[in-house]
Write a protein that binds this ligand. Structure first.
Ligand code: ADP
Ligand code: AMP
Length: 214
């Protein structure tokens, strides 16, 4: 099963993608996580990506597409995968399509998690990310057992630099301009499915499982 998660930054794509990946035993591929791991490891890609991420801008397509096209051809992707945060532009979607055509494959579902902008701003301010394993929490909606400590690995939880309010506004406008057109793109392909992302995360998950036929 090959799934794409669509939605604004903070809509809950990562939260749901992790649960789906676990349930279906497929890899969760998050370009945001890949860039953050590169930043942490001090790679050249990380340094380039950080310049854009800190400003709330998208990392250029030429730094992003090949990375994903390589990743989806690895052995663990044979049974399928869930893409979270990619594609984010029409050229990225076209690059993915070109690669899939070559492989004789196709996307089964593009799930759009819908959350209005005003909820997003509230959510991002409360998001906390683990500096070590990348697990994500929310101070109100998904709090860790101990404040600012990751349940999964015990490392520190932080507010991401790009979750500060001024950067969130920029990311939302970039989303509407460059990423939202993908809803039409995947609607035309007949693979779009919409879910209400404002409800409790377990209920969002139940709605997605129904779409996936589980
Ligand atoms: P994305 O991957 O789309 O950027 P996340 O999955 O990181 O978004 O979610 C953004 C924030 O909102 C996180 O702090 C997460 O814990 C919280 N969150 C996710 N889904 C819900 C939900 N259904 N209700 C309330 N908060 C949520
Ligand atoms: P995310 O963790 O998905 O919210 O991504 C964090 C940031 O990484 C985004 O705001 C972008 O700057 C960058 N990024 C992640 N995925 C992509 C992508 N597919 N294309 C361009 N930039 C991306």
């Amino acid at each position: 099963m090959k799934i794409i998660m669509l939605g604004a930054p903070g809509a809950g794509k990562g939260t749901q993608a992790k649960m789906i990946a676990e349930k279906f035993g497929i890899p969760h591929i998050s370009t945001g996580d890949i860039f953050r791991a590169n930043i942490k490891n001090g790679t050249e890609l990380g340094a380039k990506a950080k310049e854009y991420m800190d400003q709330g801008l998208l990392v250029p397509d030429e730094l992003t597409c090949d990375l994903v096209v390589d990743r989806i051809q690895q052995e663990d992707c044979k049974k399928g995968y869930i893409l979270d945060g990619f594609p984010r532009t029409i050229p990225q979607a076209e690059a993915l399509d070109a690669a899939l055509t070559k492989l004789g494959e196709n996307i089964d579902f593009a799930i759009n998690v819908e959350v209005p902008d005003e909820n997003i701003v509230r959510r991002m301010g409360g998001r906390r990310a683990c500096v070590s394993c990348g697990a994500t929490y929310h101070v109100v909606y998904n709090a860790p057992a101990k404040e600012n400590v990751c349940d999964a690995c015990g490392a520190e939880l932080i507010l991401r630099d790009d979750d500060k309010p001024e950067t969130v506004q920029k990311r939302l406008s970039v989303y509407h301009e460059q990423t939202q057109p993908l809803i039409d793109y995947y609607t035309k392909k007949g693979v779009i499915a919409e879910v209400d992302g404002t409800i409790d995360m377990q209920d969002v998950f139940a709605a997605i499982c129904k779409i996936l036929g589980e």
